[in-house]
Design a binder for this molecule. Structure first.
Ligand code: PXL
Length: 279
């Protein structure tokens, strides 16, 4: 069994970050180690939330792992609590990257044209340094624009997305995959480009609603897929189909207190689909 470690926060309520990554990656048959970067009462879309930064734990935990010769086939980062943590994560990559380690960075910091409330305008430049070290980065359009200094657009064509992808690759990562890309009003998907110029696109129908936590769900499935030996294209496709299933399941549920996408009910679908790819 492959083992990864994911560095992101624990939001105690409201499925996102570690409460998504752990169950999703585990369900995909991959051991999911965690390095919590902060503990929050909820994600930051709530009006009231607490946040305990765990930056001072990252180095001692890494030291202990190194002494125990614990290693990882993959390293996956999501929401980071501060600019300082971006540097700590870069150092962690340098320590734990070995031959064949896959580094996936989801620069979870913004959506719908806006940075999440915990971050200031200097943060994207720090996150860009984390992205530079990755094999695969998975920003949404807002994050791609912030990372590259490009304008954020809601109406755009393939040339805009291609420029975003090229500028993301110029940061230094091997592959960039932008989520939430839409060229037709009823379709939404992912567009990717790697340093060899290989392009990939995949679109599904556009769901009528959006929910919090879909980005974390998406990236977790990509990590799980890569670890189970799927190509990047198949991993991006599986993740898109799973997120659509999760959104549709959430829309169909009558629970009025939906803090985030209900990925839990769709885990059996994910496992079935994964097996179809592996067969
Ligand atoms: O889903 C991304 C995310 C992760 N963690 C925290 C967040 C968010 C998005 O708002 O606030 C704490």
């Amino acid at each position: 069994m492959k083992r990864i470690v994911t560095l992101q926060d624990i939001s105690c309520v409201g499925s996102c970050s570690l409460t998504v990554a752990l169950p999703v990656i585990s369900a995909m048959g991959v051991e999911c180690g965690i390095l919590p970067t902060a503990v929050l009462s909820t994600h930051t879309m709530f009006k009231n939330f607490t946040c305990k930064d765990l930056s001072d734990q990252i180095e001692p935990i890494a030291d202990a792992w190194e002494k125990e010769q614990i290693d990882f086939d993959g390293i996956y980062t999501g929401y980071l609590a501060s600019a300082e943590q971006c540097q700590q994560v870069c150092d962690f990559f340098d320590r734990f990257r070995k031959e064949g380690t896959v580094i996936v960075v989801d620069p979870a910091m913004a959506d719908n044209g806006k940075l999440y409330q915990a971050f200031d305008t200097a943060f994207p430049a720090e996150m860009a340094r984390v992205c530079a070290k990755a094999d695969v980065i998975i920003p949404n359009i807002t994050e791609a624009a912030l990372l590259t200094g490009m304008p954020y657009k809601t109406e755009y064509d393939r040339a805009y997305v291609r420029e975003l992808l090229e500028k993301l690759l110029a940061l230094g990562c091997t592959t960039a995959a932008i989520t939430g890309v839409s060229y037709e009003s009823d379709k939404l998907g992912v567009a990717a480009l790697n340093q060899d110029g290989k392009e990939f696109e995949y679109f599904t129908h556009k769901c009528a609603q959006s929910f919090h936590g879909t980005g974390d769900t998406y990236s977790s499935v990509v990590v799980g897929g890569l670890m189970r030996g799927l190509s990047l294209g198949d991993s991006l496709k599986l993740a898109a189909d799973f997120v659509v299933a999760c959104i549709e399941g959430t829309m169909a549920s009558d629970d009025a207190r939906t803090y985030a996408v209900d990925f839990q009910t769709q885990i059996p679908y994910l496992c079935r689909e994964l097996e179809n790819y592996i067969k």
